[in-house]
Design a binder for this molecule. Sequence first.
Ligand code: NAD
Ligand code: MG
Length: 397
Amino acid sequence: MTAALQRVCVLGATGSVGMNTLDVISRHPGRFEVFALTAHSRVDELFAQCVKWRPRFAVLPDEATAAELRTRLKKEGVRTEVLSGAQALCDMASHPEVDSVMAAIVGAAGLAPCLAAARAGKRLLLANKEALVVGGALFMRAVHEGGASLLPIDSEHSAIFQCLPEDRTGWPSRIDHILLTSSGGPFRRRDPATMASITPDEACAHPNFAMGRKISVDSATMMNKALEVIEARWLFELLPEQIKVVIHPQQIVHSMVVCRDNSVLAQLGTPDMRVPIAYGLSFPERIESGASQLDFATLSALTFEAPDFQRYPGLALAWETLRSPEGSTTVLNAANETAVAAFLAGTIRFDQIHSVIAQALDAIDLRASGSDSLDALLEIDHRARRQAAQFVKGLAP
Ligand code: NAD
Ligand code: MG
């Protein structure tokens, strides 16, 4: 039986996950149609992708760059329609002809198009974990009300998803807890006294994955794992205490489910994002991903250790914010995005990222804030960014 053609919209097509998605798609001619591609600043890459994939639509943030791309594509004889602006992202994510949306935008900017895809009942492949951290309750409501299928792309969450029974009825009662694995990032063994001198390039050199710069810094601080704990809470409807983290530097075990009877289910494979992407694209089938096979005969030891909360002070904030008023995770995400951007720009030191986040969480009063609409969440997000920017200013040399 041949699968029906799936029309795919790739949000964040020029990023690491976006490019891996197109790589998987390229292995299955006739199975997927690239319907829309979006990018933020890398116009040359988007141009090359449009020439190769001939999507119906391409989206850029502002009209000037969109006009430039339009002219270049016209010269090349490519008939892709180029749109601009944030609303165009939502229009593409909810377009009636789109079947699947790969949400691979980085940061809170991805929330609105994710909500649009969820409300339109799409098959939603979620890499953009920040969307769930900013507005988990609203997001999950949109998924349920819109009848969307939510497929996790983050490798840990895909692993948990793959370990769960296909019949989900009553599954939370079968689970004791889940264990999210983490490589520990590039500074697992670094002398804590030297953390202040870490450069952006050092922080972006992840041991096992080539990823975007923001998530690379998050992996180095382990804020990435904090965001993933929050992501798991919403994806799998778990209590904060049912989510644990274990360091596993080899990144072969992608995460585990500990059942009521203490049987442990794990998903293993070489660390390659194309595996969860292929699974998201083909679920419940399995298709070729391009990843190499694990060779158990040559695999060296798989090791596990508890995370060091002193070394990674941001990690504990996941459970703290999940137990606080709802907008707290929105503040956590906004302050982290602001602090990471400042670190990447050379304005603050690596070890100051955490202090910006902690100060923002202390400073923002959520008592008068709602969190049940996109506007309410964005108001909290903007307030937290302004506050975090003030703290960054105070730290700048
Ligand atoms: P990246 O920086 O490589 O790519 C981000 C993409 O988003 C780019 O196409 C960029 O043009 C677009 N973008 C950035 N800002 C935007 C904005 N304001 N509006 C619209 N588009 C914007 O990032 P990445 O590593 O591909 O990560 C993407 C998402 O996937 C992140 O949320 C990340 O946490 C998650 N994720 C990534 C990996 C990985 O291996 N890279 C693994 C798991 C989860
Ligand atoms: Mg992950």
